[in-house]
Ligand binder design. Sequence first.
Ligand SMILES: Cc1cc2nc3c(=O)[nH]c(=O)nc-3n(C[C@H](O)[C@H](O)[C@H](O)COP(=O)(O)OP(=O)(O)OC[C@H]3O[C@@H](n4cnc5c(N)ncnc54)[C@H](O)[C@@H]3O)c2cc1C
Length: 361
Amino acid sequence: MAGLTAALDLSQYGYDILVFEPNTYPHHKVCGEYVSNEVTPYLRSLGIDLLSIGAVEITEFQISTVNGPMAKTKLPLGGMGISRYAFDNLLYEKAAERQVKFVFSKVSGVHYDKDRFEVNVDGESYAAKVVLGAYGKRSALDKSLQRNFISKKQPWLAVKGHFYYEGFPENQVALHNFEGGYGGLSKIETGAVNFCYLTAYDSFKKYNDIDRFNQNVVSENTHLSDFINEARPVFENPLTIAQISFEKKEPVLDHILMCGDTAGLIHPLCGNGMAMAIHSAKLASGVIRNYLEEKTYGRIQMEKDYAKTWNKTFRSRLWYGRKLQYMLLNNRYMDMGVRVVGSSQGLLRAIIAKTHGKPIE
Ligand SMILES: Cc1cc2nc3c(=O)[nH]c(=O)nc-3n(C[C@H](O)[C@H](O)[C@H](O)COP(=O)(O)OP(=O)(O)OC[C@H]3O[C@@H](n4cnc5c(N)ncnc54)[C@H](O)[C@@H]3O)c2cc1C
């Protein structure tokens, strides 16, 4: 998402842009599929209108705990429900239309020397003046770049699927917690409900089977047990990912500007990772343009400016996200917290606002 957005943004200025991506489009992806309206005006400026491909407008938020308390509020900014299958494909088609070139292969290495990059893919090497690292949460590239987080075992895994489920309101995103994790429900453009959850591996490994885990752990929350028992799956098998890292990362490394999850992943409960990926692509595109257009604006300045703006824009959101996830995974705090915010919608909205930014033009 970050890579396609930056490609689209920069394609407006006539640069030669090459995107490396191992998977052809469209494809499904593990994600809650709720995108905050923070990025709607910017996406429109790039010619991306999610409503035109059937995105569902979401205005309400609901949160519940295993032991019963539940809170609801209007979302401060609201957002849209749209599958990654449709959203990423729209970005891809628009970028291809704007002459961005694609190589459907995995990058195996990136080397910087004498103000140029060499990008290695399938035994070929490509020269580039600027490289954006927008390869998501985790990749073999992190190993070759010797990033700290990659050597640590990460205790999280995520499961996602689309379901037919009549009773779910179209304008709502719901977050329900269970022992060791939490799951989000919201509608997408096909009319199906996306159900995506994150769980601690320790909680999952006792069952080591998605159906048994759903029946024994996820279903302890009555909102989720109703869903699990009544909803009909669209996919033959759910999608899963493991080794999800929420560790701090660098926004610039070895002269590569890191974008989206490659620079830092916010906890999914905030429902803001896609908006951050898109926003970081906008920030990167801005400094890259300065660098390519202005002779007096050097590479070091571009890197410094990007790192500074990235930190200013996202660090505090990541911090709040970490604290909220800690609370959400602690049943006692969670019950207390939901009771408190349940009696004050203003407080719940203020907490949500802390993990989101203002709409970007
Ligand atoms: C369980 C869960 C639920 C979530 N729910 C939401 C939500 O509801 N709303 C929200 O806004 N965010 C959500 N997020 C976060 C969101 O999915 C990410 O923040 C977002 O996808 C980040 O976009 P990105 O471009 O950084 O990475 P991605 O979208 O992951 O893109 C990275 C791309 O890089 C490619 N790639 C990897 N390695 C290489 C390589 N070596 N060479 C070339 N290409 C490579 C991959 O194939 C991939 O296509 C959720 C995350 C999780 C884990």
